[in-house]
Design a binder for this molecule. Structure first.
Ligand code: FES
Length: 185
């Protein structure tokens, strides 16, 4: 999904020097092979995803530059892609990202109470990242599961038909170092 035009996206730096692991290099080679040699920039999205997953869950400028150098493409074009798609983070985020949909269908079915409960459990009074850097809570536009509203996304997994209590149970599991699922009854 792309970001709405109203979202003000920043890009951030850190002090690290980035280099691919051998495992990442093999995956990169496999991605690049999918395209003609003169079109290897077409692999920018899978490489950005790989970079984000391989390192700290977000894309500092140095890491985006590594992707640009790997694909021999202008750095600005990599920044453009990374800031357009909402699956990429160009500022630091917590180890776990909880996206609570607050768009119309979810709002009508109680999303406000869900996000309030999640924020409270994380120690926040608005969307942001917990003091220990473990969890980022985001208020999100429609995530495409309106028929099962209200919902939230944790990492790449959807949790639907939520109540505040069930959402908090999922967050408690994350805080306990368990899988981001509902506690078993
Ligand atoms: S409005 Fe929440 S998933 Fe569509």
């Amino acid at each position: 999904m792309s970001r709405s035009a109203a979202v003000n996206v920043k890009i951030d730096h850190d002090d690290k020097v980035y280099a691919w692991s051998d495992a990442a290099k093999a995956k990169i080679e496999a991605q690049i092979k999918k395209y003609p040699p003169e079109r290897k920039a077409s692999a920018v999205i899978p490489l950005l995803k790989l970079a984000q997953d391989e390192f700290d869950g977000w894309l500092p400028v140095g890491l985006m530059n590594l992707v640009a150098d790997t694909l021999e493409m202008p750095k600005i074009r990599v920044y453009e892609v990374a800031t357009f798609y909402d699956m990429f983070y160009t500022e630091p985020v917590g180890k776990h990202v909880v996206r609570v949909c607050t768009n119309v269908s979810c709002m009508i079915r109680g999303a406000e109470k869900v996000i309030e409960a999640v924020q409270k459990e994380v120690g926040l009074d608005k969307p942001g990242t917990s003091a220990d850097g473990l969890i980022t809570v985001e208020s999100f536009e429609c995530l495409g599961a309106c028929c099962e509203a209200p919902m939230m996304m944790v990492g790449e997994h959807y949790h639907v038909n939520l109540t505040p209590e069930r959402a908090v149970g999922i967050v408690k599991n994350i805080k306990a170092g368990k899988a981001p699922v509902e506690p078993s009854k």
